[in-house]
Each structure stands twice: as C-alpha cells, then as structure tokens.
Design a protein around this ligand. Structure first.
Ligand code: PEP
Ligand code: MG
Length: 596
C-alpha cells in the first residue's frame, strides 16, 4: 500500500529509488558497490570478519574469571550464536552477491532488517536481544575496518556497479560531518526523521543539489529496507510504494527539471547585471577546498563563505595543525585562480559538534542550549592557541591569492577587541618565525541581533560585513534552526528579520564598507528582488544555486524595486506583499514564487 510522509523540503528536485535504511550511528560506514568480478573476495572479507569475531567471543568466554556471573557466559553464547547465524552473515552475503554492496554496507543493511523483526516481537525478552545484535554488528564492523579493505579492480576506483536503480538513504538523523561523505557516495537523495530547514545537514544537502526531506518524523520506522520511494524535495513529501501513475508523474517532473537545469547552465558565463546596469556579485559557499572547482564551474566570482569547521570535524579531537590548514586554504585559494576567497574561522558548536554527534543526539546530551553555548568565535576565544594556529594558516595562505577572513557570531566590543589582539599576536608570531604572509581583509558576520543593533562598532573595526541570515533568524525569533518541532515558526520573512537585514545593508553601504549575505536567504530566488531592493549587491550561496539567482538578477530593475521596499518591510505579511508588488511592478521579472 502506498503511503505519504510529510517533512520539510530542504533540497529541491525529485529522487526515485530504493530505500537504504541506515542507523544514524552507522551513516559513516563506507557505502560502495563492488566490481562484479570481486564479489566472492568481498564475501570472503565478510566471512573472515565473522571468524575473527567468533574467535574473540570464544576467547572471552574461555578467559572468564571463575567468579564471573553465570549470565556473562550465557550472554557470550548468545553473541556467538548471533554472529554465526545465517540470518545475519548468510543474508549479508546475499546483499553482496545480489546488490554488489560492500561488506560493511551489507551487514548494516541486514541489521536494519533484523532489528525490525526484533521490534515486532511480542516477547519482551526476545525484543531486547536487538541490543545484542547491534553489539555483534558493531564488532563485525570494527573487524572489517581493521582487516583488508574491499578489493578494487586493477587500475580502477570503485565504480557504480549497482545497476540502474538509484538508491536513497533513509536515516533517523545524519550528522553534518557525515553528510560530507555523501559527496562521494552512491545515494541520490535522502530522508531523515529530524532536522530543520537550515540545519547544517540540510545545508550540506543543498550544496550537493540532491533532493532531500528532513523532519519527516516517523520515516525511518515507516519505510522498510528496499522499499521503492519518491522523495519530492520541493514539497517535502516522501511517497512510499507509489502507484504506477504517481511514479510516471514524478518521472515526468524529473525530466522537466533536468531540462530546466540545462537551460540555466547556459547562464554560467553571463555577467550578473540587472536591467538597469547594476553589477551584482554572486559568490559561492563551500565546505572543503575540493568544492572550489564546482564554485568556478557554476560561474561564481569568488568564495563568499568557506565554512572551515568542516576541516575540524570527525577527527576524534585530533584537530588539524597549522600546516594541514595552510595546505587546505592554499588549495582553495589556488583553485579559485585569483578570485577572492572568504574563509570563516572555525564555527564549531550547536548542530556542528566536533565529533559526529547528530543534532538529535546533541539534544539528548547534557549540553544545555548548544546554540546559545560555546560556539563559533566564543569557542575560538576560549582556545587561544587553536585560534592563532588557524589565523597563522590563513595569513600564510594569503600569499597565494586574495583571502578575506570572516569571524562568526561576534556580539560585543569585548569579543572584537580580543579577536583583534589574537590577530595581531598571530601576525607577530609569523614575523618572528620568518614566515611570509599576505594582507587580508577582515570581516564580521552579522548573525546575532546584538551585532545587527550595534553596527557602528563593527563598521569601525572591520573591512566588510557578511550577514548570516540562518543564525540571524534563529536568534531573532528564538527558534532552534535544527529542531523540526519548531520548524514551522522559523520564518525568513518575519518583518523583524527583514528589518535587521535591510538596516545592516544600508548602514554598511553608508559607511562605504562591503556587505554581503551568506545565509540561505541569498541562494533562495524568492528573496533576490527584495535583497536587491535593500541595496544588496553581493550574494553568497551554494554553487548549485548561482544560476537561478542570476536569472532573477538579469530580469530585475533596481530602480523599480527600491521604492517597494518600505511597503514590504512594514507590512503585516511581507511575503504576500512582496509577491503582489512584484507582480504589479514587474518589468520582466517573474513573480516571486510563494513558499511551498
Ligand atoms: C548563517 O548563519 O547564515 C551562516 C551562513 O552560517 P552557518 O549556516 O554556517 O551558521
Ligand atoms: Mg551562522
């Protein structure tokens, strides 16, 4: 029977494929297809891991102290039985043979199948054995990661041997750092139970331009391994087991959006200039140096936000040293071939923990209010040597091309003063060490209302401002951006937010300082005309969004837009006001699409 699950649309487009359910804690296990000629060798890897784990259990049992409780020996027997059970290893081998999954993926997929069977048991004793099964699988995965890796065909990388049918990932939650693995993964879309529209997991999905729905509550319980599902990333809808008619309708939409993409791609080399000749800078947001070529390819004229924290995540506390960071920043700078690269100092905390915890797990941690806690510049100032290490690496990278440094989440004069002291200190250290370094422009992110209301402080000390609307909305409206329970209240069109954004742009321009928007608002074409009307001429967004924003810029006339601004800002429903005013005034611009 077909069912529909509603969530939040976070990344556009349609994905149709078979569901792969993965437990949140195992999203980071490798998911690769095995070359058909190497299938038996992969099954061999699985069987060896099984034997290693079985021997471990036997040794543990043999070495139990004489006074150990009898239950312990019984438990080890259960674990031994589970690891040797065909329902686990035999069925996992089937996933390898039939679907060409690598062993780690096969075991995780089979765990999800068995875990469901356990959940459905009436007997509570048997239901609880699920935890034993998870422990056994954990050991198997550990053994696989220590043993020899999956074989790769001679002279080749892992390629897509999975057949024609795309795969989509379904998980309760995915940590932002794990999302990065998606860039190299086989999945064509994903669904999670939790998350908000501008949670970092959603942001990374948008950067990859793969259809995604988050906050779909029960999705990982309602969807079964291998179900056929449609992800409608525009409407925030997941359809499980669709009827042939619905499937055909979505296939049609997929083809339409491919055509539209092709049309937009032709704008790549067209300069972003409005009808009345205003030049607009469209910059890219990136997470890793490897994303820079895609930014160039998309036609962006620089990087407006390099979220450097992704270099710091999932490293077991082993943070990157100065050389590693210098190398990463230099690569980004060199890839951009002389265009400016704005690198933000580390913004760890809130829904971007250093080590793999997802937003939902974080909420269950003892950390109270992580979004209001030690994050971004607050964390950097509390770790001075880490902060100066990053600053030194950034200044050194500036030798290779234009670098701008952006400081996140500043709120007070005290933080500005401390930041400037660390910058001076880092430069002194470089001079004393005889290291060459370049000049950089310094920018402040305006993403806390306190900063937006005390702009002269920031304009005095910084060369430019960048408005982080994702956090500005979160902190102005007191809505946790990663919490799906309040996602309906997270409103980029709220007049308070729009007034803070407009005021920041006006004041920065009046002071002759550069100002851009690097939050998600900049990449949403529904806001393009409004931001232009506010006087914004620099937008930073995911490379995949550049073409559609450029299309809006090319059709806009800022002389017609500017007079509409006050009517939108001071309206009770700015979104409706914007849409209606634009459709009346339009000198060619298409009406603003209302949000789904
Ligand atoms: C923002 O807050 O708008 C922003 C760009 O930074 P991040 O999304 O990484 O918090
Ligand atoms: Mg932010």
């Amino acid at each position: 029977m077909s069912i529909q699950i509603f969530g939040l649309p976070v990344s556009r487009g349609v994905a149709i494929g078979r569901a792969v359910l993965v437990a949140s804690s195992r999203v980071d296990v490798p998911h690769v297809f095995i070359d058909p000629t190497l299938i038996e060798s992969e099954v061999g890897r699985l069987l060896s891991a099984r034997d290693v784990v079985a021997t471990e259990f036997e040794v543990l049992k043999r070495d139990l102290p004489a006074d150990a409780p009898a239950e312990l020996a019984a438990l080890l027997d259960v674990h031994l039985m589970l690891v040797q059970d065909e329902a686990l290893v035999g069925a996992s081998a089937d996933w390898i043979r039939e679907r060409h999954y690598n062993a780690e993926w096969a075991v995780s997929a089979q765990l999800e199948v068995l875990a469901r069977q356990f959940d459905e048991m009436d007997d509570p004793y048997i239901r609880e054995r699920k935890a034993d099964l998870e422990q056994v699988v954990e050991r198997l995965l550990r053994s696989l990661s220590k043993g020899k890796p999956s074989a790769v065909p001679d002279g080749g990388e892992h390629r897509d041997f999975g057949g024609d049918e795309p795969l989509v990932l379904v998980a309760s939650d995915i940590a932002p750092a794990d999302m990065l693995n998606f860039k190299r993964s086989v999945f064509k879309g994903f669904v999670t139970d939790v998350g908000g529209k501008t949670s970092h997991t959603a942001i990374v999905a948008r950067s990859m331009d793969i259809p995604a729905v988050v906050g779909a509550r029960q999705a990982s319980h309602l969807i079964r391994q291998d179900d056929c599902i449609i992800i409608d990333g525009d409407a925030g809808l997941v359809i499980v087991d669709p009827s042939p008619i619905v499937l055909e309708e979505y296939r049609f939409r997929q083809r339409q959006s491919e055509l539209e993409r092709g049309r937009l791609a032709r704008l790549r080399h067209t300069p972003a200039v409005t009808l009345d000749g205003e030049r607009v800078e469209l910059l890219a947001n990136i997470e890793m140096p490897e994303d820079a070529p895609a930014a160039l390819e998309a036609g962006s004229v620089g990087v407006g936000l390099f979220r450097s924290e992704f270099l710091f995540m999932n490293r077991g506390g082993n943070l990157p040293d100065e050389e590693e960071q210098y190398d990463a920043y230099r690569r980004a700078v060199e890839s951009m071939k002389g265009l400016p690269v704005t690198i933000r100092t580390v913004d760890i905390g809130a829904d971007k923990p250093l080590d793999g915890l997802s937003a939902a797990e974080l909420r269950h941690e003892s950390v109270l209010n992580p979004a209001l806690g030690l994050r971004a510049i607050r964390w950097s100032l509390s770790e001075p040597s880490m902060f100066r290490r990053q600053l030194r690496a950034l200044y050194r990278a500036a030798v290779h091309g234009p670098v701008k440094i952006l400081i996140p989440m500043l709120a007070s004069q005290r933080e500005i003063t401390q930041t400037m002291e660390h910058i001076a200190h880092a430069k002194r250290q470089l001079t004393e060490a005889g290291r060459s370094f370049g000049e950089v422009q310094l920018g402040a992110m305006i993403e806390v209302p306190a900063a937006a209301l005390t702009l002269p402080l920031f304009l005095k000390h910084f060369d430019f401002l960048s408005i982080g609307t994702n956090d500005l909305i979160q902190y102005t409206l007191a809505i946790d951006r990663a919490d799906e329970a309040v996602a309906h209240l997270y409103d980029a069109w709220h007049p308070a937010v729009l007034q803070l954004v407009a005021n920041t742009i006006t004041q920065a321009r009046a002071a002759g300082k550069g100002v851009s928007v690097c939050g998600e608002m900049a990449g949403d074409p529904a806001f393009t005309e409004l931001l232009l009307a506010m006087g914004l001429r620099s937008f930073s967004m995911h490379p995949t969004q550049v073409a559609s924003v450029k299309q809006r810029v090319l059709r806009a006339d800022t002389r017609r837009l500017a007079p509409l601004l006050d009517q939108v800002l001071y309206s009770e429903d700015p979104e409706a006001a914007c849409e209606s005013l634009l459709s009346q005034t339009n000198g060619g611009a298409s009406p603003v699409a209302r949000r789904a």
